[in-house]
Design a protein around this ligand. Structure first.
Ligand SMILES: Cc1cc2nc3c(=O)[nH]c(=O)nc-3n(C[C@H](O)[C@H](O)[C@H](O)COP(=O)(O)OP(=O)(O)OC[C@H]3O[C@@H](n4cnc5c(N)ncnc54)[C@H](O)[C@@H]3O)c2cc1C
Length: 333
């Protein structure tokens, strides 16, 4: 259903909606998939997951960072969360988007921010810092920054998006790094990325097998796809892949029963926990991936207090934004 996917990806990229949503705070069901916006709520969530034998990677939500001040604020918030994880003796690490550290307008600023985070991480038992991958346009920046930092720090890694034709070369380039393997969440053209689920799934499995056979560092198998999880479990068994070499990962709030089952079987398991007010883009990408996730939204929307919470003006702005973006995408087709 490319039209539905395009619609939600279009919304995720809309700065006005993102700004309005940030002011309102997590709603429309996002509060089911975002672990609140206070350190106390975040610590409670991590403790609950840790008690089930599940580790976490925290994403301090934030996109559309346009000024140095915002980038520094994002860096400070990330360090605040790292302190909380360390001080509460929690089992967790961080997932960071380079764009939130300023890469879209000053790559050197993003590099300096990330380096400061990595220096802090070294004081916190070498906490792992993962650089999430974003739109293809930003991939060059990510590899550039990674190449500058990977000699100095051992606790930095990134994500490989299996829909990219380039994914193969990236796996070969970084055998020594901890890597998360995903299918890919953005809309990319057929000149750079596979388009169909069949092609993407096939490439995902092929790349994962190659990576597990060729790297001793951790590979995170990040998917909610039962068939792929089943396949990878068998592959791991057949090839005697050591437990320290892999973990499964899922997003907070999705397929919780399956996550707990896989962790309960003795596998390393990590949940990706989004945190904070800047929830809109993240949530729209989840709706683009799986329109069935809309049921989270419908359950929320019918709550009568929601309009009161949003306020009349922001509600009107959000509705207007939603409607115009929708029409824009329909007529662009
Ligand atoms: C931990 C983690 C981190 C990520 N980091 C990044 C990143 O840095 N960059 C990036 O581009 N993308 C990232 N992603 C997103 C990823 O690229 C995919 O867009 C997303 O995971 C959806 O693909 P999928 O592999 O889960 O399977 P899909 O192809 O979306 O789904 C496959 C099948 O799984 C089942 N399924 C999926 N979701 C559900 C559900 N909620 N309930 C029931 N069944 C379900 C269904 O049977 C479905 O047909 C991340 C994903 C995860 C899990």
């Amino acid at each position: 259903m490319p039209i539905v996917k395009n619609f939600f990806i279009g919304l995720s990229n809309n700065p006005l909606l993102n700004k309005t949503a940030k002011e309102i705070g997590p709603m429309l069901g996002a509060n089911k998939v975002v672990a609140g916006n206070t350190i106390t709520a975040l610590v409670d969530t991590i403790e609950r997951l840790n008690n089930k034998g599940i580790t976490v990677t925290v994403d301090c939500l934030g996109e559309f960072v346009l000024t140095e001040g915002e980038a520094i604020q994002a860096k400070d918030q990330i360090i605040e969360v790292m302190y909380a994880i360390y001080n509460h003796n929690l089992d967790g690490h961080m997932s960071i988007k380079l764009s939130q550290l300023g890469s879209e307008f000053d790559i050197d600023l993003a590099y300096r921010n990330l380096r400061e985070i990595l220096l802090k991480a070294n004081q916190f038992d070498n906490m792992h810092i993962n650089i999430d991958t974003e739109k293809y346009d930003s991939l060059f920046d990510i590899t550039q920054v990674l190449d500058r930092l990977k000699g100095e720090f051992k606790n930095v890694g990134t994500v490989i998006q299996a829909y990219l034709y380039k994914a193969d070369a990236l796996i070969d380039k970084y055998p020594e790094l901890r890597l998360r393997m995903v299918k890919g969440a953005y809309k990319e053209s057929d000149t750079i990325a596979y388009q169909t689920k069949e092609e993407i799934d096939k490439n995902y499995i092929r790349l994962m097998e190659k990576r597990l056979l060729n790297s001793k560092n951790v590979t995170s198998i990040a998917t909610h796809d039962d068939e792929i999880i089943k396949h990878m479990k068998q592959f791991i068994k057949d090839n005697n892949i050591e437990k320290s070499q892999y973990e499964f990962q899922m997003l907070y709030g999705f397929r919780t029963d399956l996550a707990e089952k896989i962790a309960g079987e003795g596998n390393n398991f990590c949940i990706y926990v989004p945190y904070g007010n800047d929830w809109f883009s993240y949530f729209m990408r989840r709706l683009a991936e799986r329109p069935q996730n809309l049921n989270l939204m419908f359950k929320e929307v019918i709550k009568p207090d929601i309009l009161k919470k949003a306020g009349v003006i922001s509600g009107a702005v959000a509705s207007f934004g939603l409607a115009t973006t929708f029409l824009y995408h329909i007529f662009k087709k």
